[in-house]
Design a protein around this ligand. Structure first.
Ligand SMILES: [Zn+2]
Ligand SMILES: [Zn+2]
Length: 141
């Protein structure tokens, strides 16, 4: 007759669950079975929010990085973020209108593929290598 619910009978206060360490701050909190099932393991709402921010959607950061056309913009952003503004022309030493110029024209994600050039030298270099059009078009100065 009926299913024996041993746990309930032996301990009327028993509801299941266990102590779970909060993945964010490490505080142990008693979690009910349905919370564990739903992976609500954070001690508080704040930690829950932090936990969500730890794992942002992957692959959405640089959607255009792989594209050849977009790389011009991306690489210039990258270089400024990592190496700052170009400040001194490596050819003539000018500090006016200095920009990062790509040496190989392949926009490698490598600082060795870049040189700081002033607008004047940059344009000369551009004419030689034939990519001044892009620089003008995107106004990368
Ligand atoms: Zn916490
Ligand atoms: Zn120069």
């Amino acid at each position: 007759m009926g299913r024996p619910s041993i746990l309930k009978d032996k301990n009327p206060n028993w509801q299941g669950g266990k102590f779970i360490e909060c993945p964010i701050c490490g505080i142990k909190k008693w979690k009910k079975p349905y919370q564990i099932k739903k992976k609500r393991l954070y001690c508080s709402k704040q930690c829950g929010l932090k936990g969500r921010n730890v794992h942002p959607k992957k692959g959405s950061e640089h959607p255009s990085w792989k594209g050849n056309n977009a790389s011009y913009f991306v690489i210039h952003k990258w270089i400024r973020k990592n190496y700052g503004k170009a400040e001194k022309c490596k050819k003539c030493g000018s500090i006016h209108n200095v920009v990062w110029a790509n040496i190989s024209h392949k926009y490698k994600r490598n600082i060795k593929d870049f040189i700081q050039l002033c607008q004047k030298c940059h344009m000369k270099y551009d004419v030689k290598t034939g990519w001044g059009i892009a620089t003008k078009r995107y106004n990368l100065s």
